[in-house]
Design a protein. Structure first.
Lengths: 114, 114
């Protein structure tokens, strides 16, 4: 049973380009969470999705960021017109259900904006 | 809202010496508590968790943590560290009666020297 898979592991984008980060949850998991880790900081919650639904996006920046989790395929975190401040590690976690169930983390995508 | 404070950002320690990583939290409701470990260029791995029951929880690799409700703490300890314990350690809390989000501390980097 493969764990949470994120790709790419490393992503370099120039300012103004788009970044697409992918997350395939563990088999049987229908809940996905995205967290961002800025340098010298802990992880911050961004968004919580179930299949085809955004449940909570209270941690997402108001502009340029979006997330989806389609019926088929991985969850995508999309950052449009990236800026240097978007450079961070982005982690995805999945769980079989929200609330009391444990979430398992992927290895993260390290985004560098140059 | 809940918050998590890890009092030490860097902890250097010699091999076979004991280590303690401090974590304090604030929350107006009951919480679940977690310690995650992040090895260099890796994702987060769950080290141990407190959900209910015995306040002392142990991991398979010799770490233990004790939930102290009166002091709102969940300190992590290991009586004898190895070089391979060099990593960053994150304390996290969730509020199962409220939502599913994890709130993380800023992390403690443990460097074990021979």
């Amino acid at each position: 049973n493969a764990g949470v898979m994120q790709n790419p592991r490393h992503l370099v984008r120039r300012r103004g380009q788009e970044a697409r980060l992918r997350c395939s949850p563990m088999k049987g998991h229908s809940h996905v969470y995205w967290y961002r880790q800025l340098p010298e900081e802990g992880l911050k919650f961004m968004v919580y999705l179930q299949k085809e639904n955004i449940i909570d996006e209270s941690g997402m920046p108001k502009e340029r960021f979006s997330a989806e989790f389609p019926k088929e395929g991985p969850s995508i975190l999309r950052i449009q017109q990236v800026v240097r401040g978007d450079s961070a590690a982005y982690f995805c976690a999945s769980s079989p259900g929200g609330g009391r169930t444990e979430a398992f983390f992927g290895q993260g995508t390290r985004l560098t904006v140059v | 809202a809940q918050s998590v404070t890890q009092l030490d950002s860097q902890v250097p320690v010699f091999e076979e010496a004991p280590v303690e990583l401090r974590c304090n939290y604030s929350s107006s409701v009951s919480v679940y508590l977690f310690w995650y470990v992040q090895y260099p260029n890796q994702g987060l791995q769950l080290l141990l968790k407190y959900l209910s029951g015995s306040t002392l929880v142990e991991s398979i690799n010799g770490f233990e943590a004790e939930f102290n409700k009166s002091q709102t703490s969940f300190h992590l300890r290991k009586p004898s560290v190895h070089i391979s314990d060099t990593a960053e350690y994150f304390c996290a809390v969730s509020r199962p009666s409220v939502d599913y989000k994890l709130s993380f501390g800023a992390g403690t980097t443990v460097t074990v020297r021979a």
